[in-house]
Design a protein around this ligand. Structure first.
Ligand SMILES: [Fe+2]
Ligand SMILES: [Fe+2]
Length: 184
């Protein structure tokens, strides 16, 4: 079902653009991390890349509407640095979403009575908070020349909720079952 309000539609398109770029950027930085000798940080990038794909898909679906062209303005982080620097880019991007972008988008969707968009923005906001923390942990490790210690990264396929080492019985954000989580 398409959204009814132009401002919420613009925010969905922009968030879709931002999440799509984050998805690709993290895959690229995962390859660099692996080459630098950080296989677990690479895994974290790949898992979170998938969470951003979940967000992009949710926004795209909620946007709905007729098929057609649009030019999208969306913020994105660019650069091909060392893993420590790429992680700083990742942290900055996530914190921008947590502190600036999604709270505004979420409240606009609420104000405009767009429950589908509101849900999609809420899911992304909650996941990005976790991503910022995990990327910070990864950067702390990389700064001391170590890889991140982890047994696996688990991603909720509905909302992108991200957790290390074991999936919860139920997703704390969307309620999806443990068995639904994807392991990286
Ligand atoms: Fe994220
Ligand atoms: Fe979830």
């Amino acid at each position: 079902m398409a959204v009814n309000n132009a401002m919420t539609a613009d925010f969905l398109r922009s968030a879709y653009g931002g999440e799509s770029m984050a998805h690709m950027r993290y895959l690229f930085w995962a390859d660099l991390a692996r080459k630098e000798g950080f296989p677990n940080i690479a895994k974290l990038f790949e898992a979170i890349s998938h969470a951003e794909r979940v967000h992009a898909s949710n926004h795209f679906r909620e946007l709905g509407g007729p098929t057609g062209d649009a030019t999208v303005a969306a913020g994105g982080v660019f650069g091909v640095g060392k893993t420590v620097d790429n992680l700083q880019g990742a942290i900055d991007g996530e914190l921008h979403e947590v502190k600036q972008m999604y709270p505004v988008y979420l409240n606009a969707a609420k104000y405009q009575s767009e429950p589908g968009a509101e849900r999609s923005f809420h899911f992304a906001l909650e996941a990005e908070k976790i991503h910022a923390v995990l990327f910070q942990q990864a950067q702390d490790a990389a700064r001391s020349g170590k890889d991140l210690a982890l047994a696996g990264v688990y991603i909720c396929p509905v909302c992108g909720h991200t957790i290390l080492d074991a999936a919860p019985d139920k997703c704390p954000v969307c309620g999806a079952a443990k068995a639904a989580y994807l392991k990286f």
